[in-house]
Ligand binder design. Structure first.
Ligand code: FES
Length: 192
């Protein structure tokens, strides 16, 4: 029986494997690149998402921004009267002083018993109007109208303030703080 020789195509295993490896390698690279990019993108999105609550807490809330400065209409405050408004969560005394009250606080500019000596003119922008924080400089209570100096009496430990907001008696050692403000017109101020 004659032997039939089959002409089987010669396969270069090494070459095949090289090509396969190259192809596989190319695919792997492509996949790997995709995975790396996708992971990086996901991480970036995750980082931003995770950071958002933190970043957003650094932004002032819109209501806080709105209250950073406020305009106050003074036209409805009679001479000798006043009102309390809220600015940045703190009460503020606005007092429309009479001519007699102005004369009296000016007289006290030279009073040697002032605990925190300050001229009235250094505490007001228009002498008719006193604008001070309604926060006692002792421990932060809100003073009421009263005391012996026509101004305010702190209900907590009895500090007294005159109509320039200067401390005159009691444990407080500093005058009521004057907030930053400006007159926009004769009857309109902006605080803050
Ligand atoms: S808090 Fe006003 S006197 Fe103490």
């Amino acid at each position: 029986m004659s032997e039939t020789k089959l002409n089987t195509p010669k396969i270069n295993v090494e070459t095949y494997n090289d090509e396969a490896d190259k192809n596989r390698s190319l695919e792997d690279h492509t996949k790997r690149d995709f995975l790396v990019k996708a992971t990086a993108a996901a991480s970036a999105v995750g980082a931003v998402a995770a950071a958002y609550p933190f970043i957003s807490t650094l932004q002032p809330a819109s209501n806080v921004k709105a209250l950073a400065s406020i305009e106050v209409d003074l036209s409805d405050i009679e001479e000798g009267d006043g009102k309390v408004i809220l600015w940045r969560g703190k009460p503020v005394f606005i007092r429309h002083r009479t001519a007699e009250e102005i004369a009296k606080v000016k007289q006290d500019d030279t009073n040697t018993e002032l605990k925190d000596p300050q001229k009235d003119s250094d505490r007001v922008k228009n002498e008719k109007w006193l604008i001070v924080l309604a926060v006692c400089t002792h421990l932060g209570c809100v003073p009421n109208n009263g005391g012996n100096f026509d101004g305010w009496l702190c209900p907590c430990h009895g500090s007294q303030f005159d109509l320039s907001g200067r401390v005159r008696k009691g444990p407080a050692s500093a005058n009521l703080e004057v907030p930053p403000y400006e007159f926009i017109s004769d009857t309109l101020i902006k605080i803050g």
